[in-house]
Design a protein around this ligand. Structure first.
Ligand code: 13P
Length: 251
């Protein structure tokens, strides 16, 4: 079986002033990393350049939380992949459920954002996940396959090389409800099967699939123990240096 380097990513969402962001990244730079995980943080756009500057020279990578599909233009409030890269991002989250449900990012829009990120060499953390109603209607796998199919449409394995997937069940985000390790494993295995069928075994085996949704210092160990869970995308606890450090150092 392929050994995949784990990824622990923090999505800071709409939190932190510049000073708070600076304090957090400085604390994380000093954190132990016994698993040699890849560490990624996604600050809000106002903190992105500052965090990237402070993180440079460390092993921590910086992601934008989204990018627009155009390189520039009359798109008030949006941030382009060119700007995100210029600010120091190497990665971008795309398709976070809050972007899908609050800001109306459809599969079609996300497909254009995927194209934009690839065009500029940003590594994509592509989020998928079902709502509670969809889970209860036994639609979880179908929903996720359709998000993958449509969001990544038109790109080859070669073009998507390095892609990171994040499975974030909508009902587990910010709710304190975590998928059980078995629920996470079931969906992660299904995502890997989708990738195998669509892009081949080599691509699927190399792709890191992160779990997100109420990951905490108290549950990270059992989640990370699942064979198809390659990392975590953390919200609330990514804002607390001590909690996030414990998550980075999962057992
Ligand atoms: P919480 O860890 O706060 O549930 O958020 C998860 C998430 O949405 C990360 O992108």
């Amino acid at each position: 079986m392929t050994k995949r380097t784990p990824i622990i990513a923090g999505n800071w969402k709409m939190h932190n002033t510049l000073a708070e962001s600076a304090a957090l990244i400085e604390a994380l730079k000093k954190a132990e990393n016994k698993n040699e995980a890849e560490i990624i943080v996604a600050p809000s756009f106002t903190s992105l350049a500052e965090v990237a500057k402070l993180a440079s020279g460390s092993a921590i990578k910086v992601a934008s939380q989204d990018v627009h599909w155009e390189d520039k233009g009359a798109f008030t409030s949006a941030v382009s992949p060119v700007q995100a890269k210029d600010a120091g991002a190497t990665h971008t989250i795309l398709g976070h459920s809050e972007r899908r449900s609050v800001f109306g990012d459809t599969d079609e829009i996300l497909n254009k954002k995927v194209a934009a990120a690839l065009r500029h060499g940003l590594t994509i953390i592509f989020c998928v996940g079902e709502t509670l109603a969809q889970r209860e209607a036994n639609e979880t796998i179908a929903v996720i396959n359709s998000q993958l199919e449509n969001g990544l449409k038109g790109f080859t394995a070669e073009q998507l090389n390095g892609l990171i997937i994040a499975y974030e069940p909508v009902w587990a985000i910010g709710t304190g409800k975590t998928a059980t390790p078995a629920q996470a494993q079931e969906v992660h295995a299904s995502i890997r099967q989708f990738l195998t069928d669509k892009y081949g075994a080599d691509f699927a085996q190399a792709t890191r699939i992160l779990y997100g949704g109420s990951v905490k210092d108290s549950n990270v160990d059992e989640i990370m123990a699942q064979p198809d869970v390659d990392g975590a995308l953390v919200g609330g606890q990514a804002l607390l240096a001590d909690k996030f450090t414990r998550i980075i150092n999962f057992n």
